[in-house]
Design a protein around this ligand. Structure first.
Ligand code: UTP
Length: 408
């Protein structure tokens, strides 16, 4: 794309300010900027105009979860079903590690964070240890796909190599990059990260299957005969990955997706809650639950909306392929975005200064026909690291790891 073509494209989206410093750049930098303008989908920014429609929901009703007592009764049957699927290489795992982890406040990928106290123990290492438990039990490697973004890809891949994949078989691990989206100020003007670079950020965790496909890995998945993909977040250091009991229960229930859930700590806890929306599986955010819904009880006398999701799902590959072309809604999220000011000076804001556009995994659930919410015990499987201190932090995760006998 040449300068005039770039100008034409930017005029169409009212973003010509992105060429403001063009004349100051050397040839290479000019080419880089033009290429980025060519590749960027500015139509995303139009979503700012339709924000109101984002909140329109269907009729929300409760969904039944498979609870601990029922799981315990069937545990050995589920476990052998799950182990059998792993042994036949029907199950792959997908680590979602493309996020920016801004709340943790480190410039590094979240997974390289060292949470050890008397020894090194990296977040990635905790996850690999958890996956190794299953590999050892099944006597079979679980193919692992790791999603990164432009912002952290090299560092993530390098880190795994430096640490010999934490004992994992390196040819059973595939890295792939997710897509990026432009970031804007509150007026909808795309921000510049440098004079030659548009500010972009990872486009949320909802595009993971499309990104897998764009990187040729869905073909690989077919080649290997994988039928189920267990996706999981980078920040929950206690979670079980490719958990045979969960896999067995999902297969046995013949659902399109299994979702690990925990009992909410309080009716107003800030977690996404499993429900039905117009009769289909769905997840409502805590702020979408009305007072009445929060207080509603089921026939057992328990809260009807009692189970929160922990971003650990088992998806059927064929169901994912069916919904792959469905457009997920874009969430507009206020964030602190490092950028240039009008004069071209770098700013690192302390308060949110603009919006990022994100697709979320939770919106994929509503596209599917059936879901099994599968209860896990919070203290044993949920230690998310979102913040450096306080709620869902390094501190709380360390406590939970210690309680579960993990040496720090
Ligand atoms: P979070 O919602 O916690 O976002 O991600 P984040 O970007 O990591 O952290 P903050 O909000 O900036 O502090 C939940 C999971 O989804 C992944 C994250 O890596 C994490 O495993 N994720 C998030 C992606 O893979 N890509 C994204 O674009 C966003």
């Amino acid at each position: 794309m040449n300068y005039n073509q770039a100008l034409e494209k930017l005029t169409q989206y009212d973003q010509i300010h992105l060429l403001k410093f063009y004349k100051e750049l050397d040839d290479d930098k000019q080419r880089e900027l033009l290429l980025q303008i060519e590749e960027t989908d500015f139509s995303i920014v139009e979503n700012l105009k339709h924000r109101a429609s984002e909140t329109k929901r269907g009729k929300i009703t409760p969904i039944a979860s498979m609870e601990i007592d029922e799981i315990e009764k069937n545990k050995s049957r589920f476990e052998s079903l799950g182990l059998d699927a792993i042994k036949r290489q029907k199950v792959g795992a997908v680590l979602l590690a493309g996020g920016m982890g801004t709340r943790l406040g480190s410039d590094e990928p979240k997974g390289v964070y060292n949470i050890g106290l008397t020894k090194d123990l990296y977040i990635f290492e905790c996850l690999m240890n958890n996956l190794m438990d299953v590999v050892n039990k099944a006597g079979k490697w679980v193919p692992l796909f790791i999603m990164t973004s432009d912002k952290n890809h090299e560092r993530t891949v390098g880190f795994f190599k430096e640490h010999d994949f934490f004992g994992y078989k390196d040819d059973m691990v595939w890295f792939f990059k997710q897509e990026m989206a432009p970031a804007v100020d509150f007026e909808g003007k795309v921000l510049l990260e440098t004079k030659s670079k548009i500010s972009t950020s990872p486009n949320g965790n909802g595009g993971w299957f499309v990104s897998l496909d764009r990187n040729g890995l869905v073909d690989k998945i077919h080649e290997m005969g994988i039928e189920w993909l267990n996706i999981f977040a980078v920040d929950n250091v206690l979670q079980k990955i490719a958990d045979p009991v969960f896999i067995g229960a999902s297969i046995d229930s013949a659902v399109e997706v299994g979702a690990k859930v925990v009992r909410k700590a309080a009716p107003d806890e800030k977690v996404g809650v499993m429900c039905l929306e117009d009769g289909r599986p769905s997840i409502v955010e805590y702020y979408e639950l009305t007072e009445q819904m929060r207080a509603e009880r089921n026939e057992k006398g328990e809260y009807a909306y009692n189970f929160g999701v922990i971003l650990n799902y088992l998806f059927s590959v064929s169901a994912l392929e069916r919904i792959m072309s469905h457009k997920l809604c874009l969430h507009i999220v206020e964030k602190k975005i490092s950028c240039l000011d009008e004069a071209g000076n770098e700013i690192k804001p302390n308060e949110p200064n603009g919006y990022k556009f994100e697709q979320l995994v939770l919106d994929m659930i509503h596209e599917l026909e059936s879901c099994l919410p599968f209860e896990v015990i919070r203290e044993k499987e949920f230690a998310p690291i979102k913040n450096a201190t306080g709620v869902d932090s390094v501190e709380t995760a360390r406590e939970l790891l210690k309680k579960n006998g993990i040496e720090l």
